[in-house]
Design a binder for this molecule. Structure first.
Ligand code: SF4
Length: 278
């Protein structure tokens, strides 16, 4: 079982009734099932991992973060999820009505709602998110909303969460994240997500940031151990000028038969992110 030590903003430890929102934006989705489609994303604060092990995680400038012990890349959103604003469901909904440039009635309908982080499936965060979904459902008369959760796969979604969400993007961390294996791999949670693949009404994709053959070999091991279909696996290689690394990765990915998304594409970030930090 993974160690569930959470690295969270202080406010999150003090208040369980309001979600801490790192930011929200309306824009074109760069990855995953909804790639190329307009979405509303809500990013929550707090994560149980700290990918990249940077020695200075609270450095304001994300560009200054250097990978620490055993890590080859650094989480690109630490500066977002380490902060945030405590908000009730009503306040989040009102914020969207006033500040998001899409018809409010389309959220969860024609415009999918994507929840990222940080880690949205931290236990308290799940409860706060389902309170938000309850509120949206009442306001927008949701029937079968289009909601996606982006998770690191170390927590199982609650039944209530699953009643709202129809797509999970599970980004399991590999050795290059610098995280210990028993922190980044939670076997019951991964098994639960694999089980959901075949259950009616849900879809699940597994995503991996892989930088070397050690990572790719671990993806292969995880896929075999948990019987994850290759069609459900997408690999995101790093952006690098090292042509030898690129060729090696391309060769291995072709050999293993995984889907791959080019770095130039997946590193495209929304410029519309509304940072809601205090
Ligand atoms: S799990 Fe995701 S949000 Fe958390 S530190 Fe790793 S990359 Fe960042």
């Amino acid at each position: 079982m993974a160690d569930k030590t959470e690295i969270q903003p202080r406010e999150q430890q003090e208040s369980n009734d309001r979600l801490i929102v790192a930011g929200t934006w309306y824009g074109i989705n760069p990855t995953g099932k909804y790639v190329g489609r307009p979405i509303v994303q809500l990013s929550v604060s707090g994560c149980n991992l700290l990918c990249g092990n940077p020695s200075n995680p609270f450095e304001k400038d994300q560009e200054e973060l250097e990978p620490g012990r055993n890590a080859k890349w650094v989480c690109h959103s630490i500066s977002e999820w380490k902060n945030g604003s405590k908000m009730t469901p009503e306040e989040i909904f009102d914020y969207w009505k006033k500040h998001i440039d899409c018809p409010i009635d389309d959220i969860g309908g024609d415009i999918p709602l994507v929840i990222g982080g940080g880690e949205p499936l931290l236990p308290d965060t799940q409860d706060q998110l389902t309170d938000l979904f309850d509120h949206c459902s009442a306001e927008l008369q949701w029937d079968d909303p289009d909601i996606c959760i982006r998770t690191n796969g170390t927590f199982e979604p609650s039944l209530k969460m699953r009643s709202y969400v129809d797509h999970f993007e599970v980004s399991i961390k590999l050795p290059s994240s610098g995280m210990k294996q028993d922190h980044r791999i939670d076997r019951p949670s991964i098994k639960r997500f694999v089980d959901i693949i075949d259950e009616k009404g849900w879809s699940v994709d597994f995503q991996f940031v892989a930088v070397d053959d050690r990572d790719l070999n671990e993806i292969k091991k995880i896929a075999n151990t948990f019987n994850i279909p290759k069609s459900k696996i997408t690999v995101y290689p790093p952006k690098t000028d090292d042509s030898e690394t690129v060729e090696t990765l391309q060769g291995l990915i072709m050999e293993y038969g995984f889907r791959v998304i080019e770095p130039e594409y997946h590193q495209w970030q929304s410029e519309n992110f509304d940072d809601l930090s205090n």
